[in-house]
Design a protein around this ligand. Structure first.
Ligand SMILES: Cc1cc2nc3c(=O)[nH]c(=O)nc-3n(C[C@H](O)[C@H](O)[C@H](O)COP(=O)(O)OP(=O)(O)OC[C@H]3O[C@@H](n4cnc5c(N)ncnc54)[C@H](O)[C@@H]3O)c2cc1C
Length: 382
């Protein structure tokens, strides 16, 4: 349930009033929504934030890696970071794995992370309601909840993930998706690298082994249209790694999965009648088109979205346009390169090892083009 020490403003679906008029309604309490709610509430807005989940961050649908470049003000990783990562090892088909020392980071307990962010939002004054889904986003900006309540906010933040209802209402939907499936498996020995497996068997995606103490997240992602292959691919990878004494042969302790937007950034601002509608995180397509990493962008965009809405509500009519411009500055250069590499990989038949390597962020070739290497290397792997 909601973490210990949470604000008493947390309530249940049954407590909902028939019609409510907050300044801001935040849909979704993942990293983007919780960050937006905290930022807007800190700026003095009356914020209502809802999530269809009864327990924030659960079930976990994530490989739980964040880059060491990811930092947040006044945030402690204690109880959230589970282990350090000091390198990335990329296996391209059957070739000898290549080691890259530049991809440091940490594994996190994603449910604890999401709960900590939601706790910050509640502490800032946001009113949080769990176990309530948004069923309808109307053209006049009214939002119908599964509890039956009609919310009439002055502004709306859509942080409701890859298949955002708020995004759909303003004509912005993620059209290119990777479908992923993941096991938690036992590790045979402690490990401090993220392992990436590239193969034509994973079209539009890749497989990963990310260690977390005595266990690891073992997953596969492929283009959404090939998702029927995920189950056998993951079992096959598990069997191979068990045969190589990398992971325990025992059946995995849990299975999860989900969708990852990989088509690039969407327009993140719109209007529903007089109501401002703003997207953040996966709902805005803010996941790296090659790696699928999105936690960091969810937090950063959420903070910016919350501040922009607060500023717009205070009468600064350019605030939303500035939010859109900020996202463009922050993400478009890196995503443009990633989209280019992704297109190159998907073009034609099964790519050779060389093409697979060139399409991956750890290869120098990924960063090379007519304009020369780019400084947009900040995108963390996932
Ligand atoms: C298998 C997998 C592995 C991944 N691994 C990594 C990784 O290692 N590192 C990394 O950086 N990124 C990773 N990602 C991507 C990362 O998880 C996302 O980018 C991140 O969660 C985006 O945060 P968000 O807040 O935008 O959306 P989400 O975390 O998806 O949160 C959206 C919230 O909205 C709620 N919601 C949705 N619809 C409604 C509705 N109608 N009404 C009410 N609530 C609603 C959901 O319940 C959810 O809580 C992975 C993704 C997947 C699927």
């Amino acid at each position: 349930m909601f973490p210990a020490g949470a604000s008493p403003r947390v309530d249940r679906a049954a407590d909902a009033q028939p019609e409510e008029r907050p300044d801001l309604l935040v849909v979704g309490l993942g990293p983007a929504g919780a960050s937006a709610a905290a930022a807007a509430a800190s700026a003095g807005c009356r914020v209502l934030a809802v999530d269809r989940r009864r327990r924030i961050g659960e079930p976990v649908q994530c490989a739980e890696f964040v880059s060491s470049a990811f930092s947040m003000e006044e945030f402690s990783w204690e109880g959230i970071a589970t282990q350090r990562i000091v390198r990335m090892v990329t296996a391209v088909q059957e070739e000898r794995p290549r080691v890259s020392e530049d991809f440091r980071g940490r594994m996190i307990c994603r449910s604890a992370f999401d709960q900590a962010l939601a706790r910050r939002a509640a502490a800032a004054g946001a009113h949080i309601r769990l176990g309530v889904a948004v069923c309808e986003v109307r053209a006049d900006g009214g939002v119908r909840l599964s509890s039956g309540a009609l919310i009439r906010p002055r502004a709306l933040v859509g942080a409701d993930g890859p298949r955002s209802r708020v995004g759909a209402a303003i004509g912005q939907s993620n059209r290119q998706l990777v479908a992923a499936r993941q096991f938690t498996v036992g590790l045979r020995q402690p490990y401090e690298a993220t392992d990436i497996f590239l193969s034509p068997a994973y079209p539009g995606g890749y497989a990963w082994l990310f260690p977390k103490g005595s266990a690891a997240n073992l997953g596969v992602g492929v283009d959404f249209h090939r998702r029927d292959r995920l189950k056998p691919l993951l079992w096959d990878l598990h069997a191979r790694l068990a045969a190589n004494a990398r992971v325990q042969a025992a059946p995995p302790s849990s299975t999860t999965g989900g969708l990852i937007p990989v088509g690039g950034r969407l327009r993140a601002i719109g209007a529903l009648g007089a109501v401002a509608a703003v997207l953040a995180g996966d709902a805005a397509g803010l996941t790296h088109p090659v790696t699928g990493a999105g936690i960091e962008a969810a937090v950063y965009s959420g903070v910016l979205a919350g501040r922009a809405v607060a500023s717009w509500l205070a009468g600064h009519c350019n605030a939303l346009r500035e939010y859109e411009n900020d996202l463009s500055d922050l993400y478009d250069p890196a995503y443009a390169r990633a989209l280019r590499r992704r297109r190159e990989l998907l073009r034609g038949g099964g790519p050779a090892a060389e093409a697979l390597w060139r399409g991956w962020i750890a290869s120098p070739e990924y960063w090379a083009d007519a304009a020369g290497p780019s400084p947009d290397a900040a995108a963390p792997p996932a």
